[in-house]
Write a protein that binds this ligand. Structure first.
Ligand SMILES: [Zn+2]
Length: 141
């Protein structure tokens, strides 16, 4: 079987204790093997030996919008302050944004990593985004 194409440069080591944790394009991530019926790649960090599935961050694959666009949209929260404001700024439907918020809320830890390493935000910025996401959650319930 043909190996499935995979863009290694988009992955980073998820082991927080690894010296290359969260860094992209360091050459430390290598494809190890494929498994399962979808030929999912198991990736390995050469620095620390940590293995993880390419589906890490799978939360985004079910969405129709590219991961970075979803992240960028959510990251507008502190600036725009409301779903309506973000909708106007980005052109994304309010219901779509609400769905992303729910998804992000359910997968905080993973999404947090993507904010930090995909969008290259710092911790303070990310904390601000979460405080908005959580505030909204409380209002709903
Ligand atoms: Zn590592």
């Amino acid at each position: 079987m043909d190996p499935k194409e995979i863009d290694i440069s988009e992955f980073w080591c998820w082991n927080e204790k690894c010296p290359d944790y969260g860094k992209k394009g360091q050459g430390n991530i290598v494809p190890k093997e494929q498994y399962g019926k979808d030929n999912t790649w198991l990736l390995e960090c050469k620095t620390c030996g940590h293995c993880f599935s390419e589906n890490k961050g799978t939360v985004f694959f079910q969405l129709k919008t590219p991961r970075k666009e979803v992240l960028r949209t959510l990251a507008l929260f502190p600036e725009k302050g409301s779903i309506r404001g973000i909708s106007r700024a980005t052109g994304h439907d309010k219901n779509v944004i609400m769905n992303w918020l729910d998804v992000a809320g359910e997968h905080c830890k993973e999404v947090n990593e993507f904010f930090l390493h995909d969008l290259e935000l710092d911790k303070v910025q990310v904390d601000e985004i979460w405080s908005y996401i959580k505030k909204r959650k409380r209002r709903d319930s």
